[in-house]
Every structure is written in C-alpha cells, then in structure tokens.
Write a protein that binds this ligand. Structure first.
Ligand SMILES: Cc1cc2nc3c(=O)[nH]c(=O)nc-3n(C[C@H](O)[C@H](O)[C@H](O)COP(=O)(O)OP(=O)(O)OC[C@H]3O[C@@H](n4cnc5c(N)ncnc54)[C@H](O)[C@@H]3O)c2cc1C
Length: 520
C-alpha cells in the first residue's frame, strides 16, 4: 500500500505540507493528472497550460533530485487513481485544498467519494488561508493572520519512490487539444520566476509600486507580477508574505536614505495579498458565485449573452472603437496580463456600457489571464459589474482613463497601430475627427457617455426594488470584510470610516457598504 501526493495548483516542494507529511511516513508517489475535460472548459486556455507546463517541468526536476520523480498521467483523476489503486493499493491520498472553479469543485467531491468507497484516507491541507466551507467571515481575519505567520513546511530531505510507477512525459498543448490562443509573451509561473520577481521588487523595482500600478504602461514593471507563480502554486502565498514581513522589518531598521523601496510599497503589496485571501474566501464560501450573482435582485435582472454576440466579440478582440479600451484588450490577448485598474475598466465596460452578462465577459477574461485564479476572478468580475449590492459600483470612463493613464498615448498607439498617426489631442476620441483616415479602425459601438448614463439609470432602478437593502445586508453578513476601510497609503494606520463618494459626471460611483480592496 502506498501514499499518493496529488499535485494540482501547488507545483512546489517547499511549503508543501502534504509532501512533507507523506515523506515522513514512507514511500511516496507524486502524481499530476492533466485532465483533458478541464482543459476543454470555456474559462481555461492554452496560455494557462503553457505556464502550468513550465512550472511542472521545474517541479519534476526537483522531485527527481529528491528521489521520487513526478508521475504524470492524462485522463480523469478518479480513473487514474482507480488504476493505481488496483495495481499497487493506495493507503493514503494527500493533497492541498483548492478553491477552484465549479468543475474542479465537483471533481474534488468525486475524488472524496472515490476515497471513501475504497477506504483510502484522503487528507487535505490548507494552502491559501481560506476557511473551508461557508460561514467563515467573522473568523477570517484572525485565521488568515495565523495562517500567514505559521511555520513554512520544510522541503523533505529525500523521498522514497514507489518502484512500480512508470515515468511518462508531460503532455503538449496539442495532446490536450489546445490550439494557439494569440499569447505571444506568456509570463513565467515557475518558482525561479517568483523569487526573481520578489528580489527585483525588493531591490528597487517596487520603489514605484504605488505610483506606477495604475497605468498599464508603468504597471507592467511597477506591479509585483507575482500573480502567475501564485496561480501555479510554484510559490505559496505564505512564503511570499513571510519574505515580505522580513523585508519590512529590515526596511524599518534601515536609515530612510538607504531603503531600496519605501516601507509603504511593501505594506501595499502585503495588503493586496491579504485581499487575495479575502476574495478567495468568497468563492470558497459560495462556489455557485461563478454562475450566480451575489445579490438576488441582480441575479433576477440578468439577461444571458449569446456566445456569438457581436458586442461581446468586438469587446473581446479589442475592436469596440474605443481606443484605450481596445489597447488594453489587445495587450491582454498578447501578454496574458493586465494591471488591476485596467482589468476593472474592461470588465466594467462590458457590463455597464455594453450591457453584457458578466458571466459571458468574465469567461472571456478568464481565458485571457495566464494568472486565472477563480477565487479572485469571479468575485472581482461580479464586483466590477455592480452585482454585489455591497460595493461602490464604479463605471469607469475609458476615455478619461486613457487620458489619465496614457497621457502621451504610447500604450494606445502601440496596441492600436491603426491610430498611430492620430494627433494626441484626438487619440482617445478619434470619432470626433471628421473625414480622417483611421486605417479601418471601427466607429465606437456605443456612445460612451450615453451608455454610462443608461447603466447608471438601470442600477438606480434596481437599487429601489423592494427588498434590495435587506438582501444587501445578507450579502454583507456572508461575504464582507469585517474590517473598516484601510487607508491604502499606510495599511498600518488606523482604519478610517469611508466618506460618501462625491458624484462625478465622468466616473460614476454610488455609495454602498463593504470596504473596497486597496485602490490603485
Ligand atoms: C475583473 C478582474 C478579474 C481579476 N482576475 C484575477 C485572476 O484571475 N487572477 C489574479 O491573480 N488576479 C485577478 N485580479 C486581481 C488583480 O488584477 C491581479 O491580481 C493583478 O493585476 C496581478 O498583477 P500583480 O501580480 O502584479 O499584482 P499586484 O498588484 O502586485 O498585487 C499582488 C498580488 O495581490 C493579489 N491581488 C492584487 N490585487 C488584488 C485584488 N484587487 N483582489 C484580490 N487579490 C489581489 C494578487 O494575488 C496579486 O498577484 C482580477 C481583477 C479584476 C478587476
């Protein structure tokens, strides 16, 4: 009888409690199953497999060096386990908990049932700081703090392999039926990449973190870029946080003139990693959030968007005729990454200006993100689409964002080369130029200002529906952070009570209750 350690989105040997625990008890079969049914889902994509595959190669080398090579199989996990069990007998299956999409949620239920049926001990370990199941919100902050500062599981000194296990190569994208998805420069999600990113951030790249993160131009280097290795699990969020806590202590002790990055930059990054756990807890507590709106009134008002909807296609391919919006989408298609503010803007435009169902646009975005993390993604998609009833809805104005975040037009011209010759003054509003040759660039598919006004009117009407406030209160009870808003300038400063948002003609915001994540 053997022990199987099942790797999923935790492709590392450090801070890997299931591996450390199994290694202490006897021979280990480290298993990864590439599941073709998963890779056919509409929210996953080739770019995610490419990132995952490189992290698997790195993991495989490390496991071989420790003495037990990674055993890779292609198929349904339950079928693979069934075969191993009939061949050698599985005594224990060890894995990390996963807050994945509905498909992996159901897959994990099937694995649990399989283990129960065959009397295999199935041991799951926490790795993201979420509390399993619903009803966790009151205990969350204290739990996450304990989780983040708990001892990192040491890498096993050596592993004893299971003799009978045959090593097979990692499948290619083609084997899994995945074609070219237009990503020309996917970011690496390996452990090596994670520590290179952390080092460069702390050695100076992070100096411009808080100023540079809002623009897609500066954000690409100013942001931590840790989302991809965090999504593969090549590094754990606890490892990252503990490195940042230590760096913070050293910075505080250093004379201000000798600090490579300001303490506030490290605090900001720590705060974001806490919000990562906070968002993942929402999906963990309510897995159906991937397909059902937080708020029942918004759920009732939804109209499905057909997969071949022309507006959805224009938005997803960067051909809406709104230059900065299209530049962001085209850049995302090519690189697999976009900064937070621009992710919020493209999602908000799809839901508010174009009136598309958040599920349809959210699925397209998930495919385009090489850091797709369902627990962050679906709650964020809903939040940026005004579906929660407890957050301040923000209707981003893509013209204003273009002027603010790309004041010289470099980003827009790079990704929308049809407009390279358009004068800066008209770059974000080329439709106002009469008789200009726009090189085939489309007319805007909506009037930005009118569409925003209609969206605001729709929201206001929904908010006056009977029972809206009571339902919001229930969403708040289940999902909201129990902390009051933390000032992003200094997360250690006393939390401040949020002031009502000032009405604005260009950037709509309505006042609700939950404190927002750090705003960039
Ligand atoms: C509509 C929408 C969808 C998103 N989908 C994803 C997703 O699938 N995967 C993903 O990792 N992030 C997602 N985000 C959150 C955020 O945009 C990315 O984490 C960030 O842009 C990644 O770049 P970075 O690692 O340089 O982040 P940094 O800004 O340097 O932040 C560091 C880390 O903190 C976490 N984080 C940052 N901002 C947030 C936030 N607002 N909420 C929760 N966690 C946060 C991430 O783990 C990130 O890697 C989404 C945001 C929006 C608005």
């Amino acid at each position: 009888m053997i022990q199987v350690v099942w790797f999923k989105r935790d492709l590392r040997t450090f801070d890997h409690a299931p591996l450390t625990e199994a290694a202490a008890r006897g021979p280990v079969l480290p298993l990864y199953v590439a599941e073709p049914d998963y890779w056919r889902l509409p929210d996953v994509s080739t770019r995610q497999w490419i990132v995952q595959r490189a992290a698997l190669e790195e993991l495989s080398q490390r496991l071989s060096a420790l003495g037990a090579p990674l055993i890779v199989r292609v198929g349904r996990v339950v079928d693979v386990l069934e075969r191993i069990h009939s061949a050698v007998g599985i005594a224990r299956l060890l894995a990390h908990e996963e807050t994945g999409n509905l498909w992996t949620f159901r897959r994990d239920i099937a694995v649990r049932a399989f283990c129960k049926h065959h009397r295999i001990a199935f041991q799951e370990f926490s790795q993201t700081g979420v509390i399993r199941g619903p009803g966790a919100r009151d205990r969350w902050a204290a739990h996450f703090s304990r989780f983040a500062s708990a001892t990192v599981a040491t890498e096993p000194v050596r592993l004893t392999a299971v003799e009978a296990a045959k090593v097979a190569p990692l499948p290619t994208a083609e084997t899994l039926g995945l074609g070219d998805d237009g990503c020309i420069a996917p970011q690496s999600g390996t452990r090596q990449a994670a520590f290179d990113l952390l080092d460069s951030f702390l050695e100076g790249r992070g100096a411009n973190y808080r100023r540079g993160m809002s623009s897609p131009l500066s954000g690409a280097t100013a942001c931590s870029r840790l989302s991809v290795p965090l999504a593969t699990g090549a590094v754990s969020v606890r490892e990252v946080l503990q490195r940042l806590y230590a760096a913070r202590r050293a910075l505080v002790d250093a004379p201000p003139g000798l600090r490579a990055v300001p303490v506030t930059a490290v605090d900001s990054l720590i705060a974001r990693l806490h919000w990562r756990g906070h968002f993942m807890q929402k999906l963990e507590s309510e897995p159906a959030l991937e397909i059902r709106a937080f708020h029942p009134v918004h759920q009732g008002a939804r109209t499905p968007t057909a997969p071949d909807d022309a507006r959805l296609a224009a938005w997803a391919t960067g051909r809406t005729g709104v230059p900065f919006l299209d530049a962001c989408m085209r850049s995302l298609i090519a690189t697999g990454w976009l900064n937070f503010r621009m992710r919020a803007m493209v999602q908000s435009f799809a839901s508010y200006h174009l009136g598309l169902d958040w599920r349809a646009s959210g699925e397209r975005l998930a495919q385009l993100f090489s850091d797709y993390e369902p627990g962050i993604h679906w709650p964020q998609v809903q939040m940026q689409s005004g579906q929660t009833g407890i957050n301040t809805p923000r209707i981003y104005n893509p013209v204003k964002q273009g002027l603010d975040q790309d004041p010289e037009g470099r980003f827009t011209r790079r990704w929308v080369p049809e407009l390279a010759h358009v004068p800066l003054a008209s770059l974000q509003t080329p439709w106002l130029l009469t008789g200009a040759d726009l090189g085939g660039y489309p007319e805007p598919i909506v009037d930005v200002a009118t569409a925003a006004r209609s969206a605001k009117a729709r929201l206001t009407a929904l908010r006056s529906t009977a029972g809206y406030r009571e339902a919001s209160r229930q969403v708040f009870e289940k999902h909201a952070s129990r902390k009051r808003r933390i000032d992003d300038d200094n997360p250690r400063r006393r939390p401040t009570q949020r002031k009502p948002a000032a009405p604005s003609s260009t950037q709509l915001s309505l006042q609700f209750d939950e404190p927002s994540p750090p705003v960039d």
